[in-house]
Design a protein around this ligand. Structure first.
Ligand code: F0G
Length: 354
């Protein structure tokens, strides 16, 4: 079957009109990879899979929601989209708006988004505004503009975004052969994705596609963990700039996802995030961005406690939300720099130790 994107594949679960002109980049159908070595690392009773959302057309999971949000925006006659972003939403909004032939306005925190993401919004032709503030400030501005002016907000406060993102859950179930995993781990920033997955799994169960739903595990960065602390964080800080958010829009829904599924939302340190990012790349061959690695950092952390000690073998899916190529600067901090040698075969051979 030819893959034509998540609306084509899951249309009956999505609020898309019969005559809608679908705006798609053939997103979805991302790899679900068994993580053999990380499974070993977390102990014998866990089978870990990585859902690599970094393989999307704009390099993050945002494309699942953006195809639905922009398709609806066009259907409703909108001429411009607007979003606040830590970088991935803006890249995706800019790309899908370009594809639809409508204007895209993106508001990002100055100096705090990864290089590749900033470049993406620029090359797709968005009007890029950098504010002297953080993501929470940017989202406040976007909400205020959206209330007064004829622009469509495509942040996850737009309900169509979450509708699209819930297809991530459907896909995991399909790829596991009609089963939901026992646990689903993911990073939490503005808290839309965990909310969307927790819409998707129960919906698939209700449709008779899977017999059960997973326990949802959400992980925030220690310095940007408002849900864990129980109050907004004024100046969130983390190396994982994608989830540097102090007051998540879908806070309540995320707590609800954790509670209803019997799961939890907890924090991981920047060091744990970077260690996990390196492990995922060097042990499994997948380069994800730091925020994505929070999911794996989280299950490594829980596996060091008695959390997973149930005896029987359990399946864990970790969503790797974005592509590591977006944020190359971070690698300099944790991987060994290349060795510089003269252009001399003998010297190279000696250095390798052959
Ligand atoms: N991982 C990555 C790579 C992200 O870009 C984001 C969010 C998250 C995880 C967290 O997902 O917000 O649904 O809880 N990025 C948003 C953005 C905020 O603007 O790109 P969430």
């Amino acid at each position: 079957m030819v893959w034509r994107g998540v609306i084509d594949k899951y249309r009956k679960y999505l609020p898309i009109g019969r005559n809608a002109e679908v705006v798609t980049l053939n997103e979805g159908n991302t790899p679900l990879v068994h993580a053999t070595k990380i499974s070993r690392e977390v102990g014998s009773n866990l089978d870990v899979y990585l859902k690599y959302e970094g393989s999307h057309p704009t390099g993050s999971f945002k494309d699942r929601g953006m195809t639905v949000a922009v398709t609806k925006a066009v259907e409703e006659g909108c001429k411009a989209t607007i979003c606040a972003s830590t970088g991935n939403t803006s890249a995706s909004a800019a790309a899908y708006s370009a594809r639809a032939g409508i204007k895209s306005i993106v508001i990002i925190p100055k100096g705090r988004i990864a290089l590749g993401k900033r470049a993406q919004a620029m090359i797709y032709g968005a009007l890029v505004i950098e504010i002297e503030g953080n993501f929470d400030d940017a989202l406040r501005i976007v909400r205020e503009i959206g209330e007064k002016y004829p622009v469509t907000i495509v942040n996850s406060i737009n309900p169509y975004r979450l509708q699209g993102q819930k297809t991530g859950a459907f896909e995991v179930c399909d790829q596991l052969g009609g089963k939901a995993p026992d646990y689903h781990a993911l990073p939490v920033g503005n808290a839309g994705n965990i909310t969307a997955y927790w819409m998707g799994y129960p919906e698939y169960k209700a449709a008779g596609k899977v017999p059960s739903t997973p326990v949802m595990l959400g992980f925030q960065a220690e310095g940007a963990a408002p849900i864990v602390r129980g109050h907004p964080i004024q100046n969130p800080e983390t190396v994982a700039t994608a989830i540097r958010i102090g007051n998540p829009a879908s806070w309540k829904q995320a707590v609800n996802a954790a509670n209803e599924s019997g799961g939890l939302i907890t924090a991981v340190t920047d060091e744990e995030i970077l260690t996990a990012q390196k492990m995922i790349a060097s042990l499994e061959g997948i380069f994800c961005e730091p925020a994505s690695a929070a999911s794996v950092a989280g299950i490594l952390k829980l596996s060091r406690t008695s959390y997973f000690n149930s005896g029987e073998k359990k399946t864990v899916v970790c969503t790797l939300t974005g592509n590591g190529l977006k944020d190359p600067n971070i690698v300099e901090r944790q991987a060994q720099a290349p060795t510089i040698l003269p252009a001399d075969t003998q010297k190279v051979v000696e250095f390798i130790g052959l």
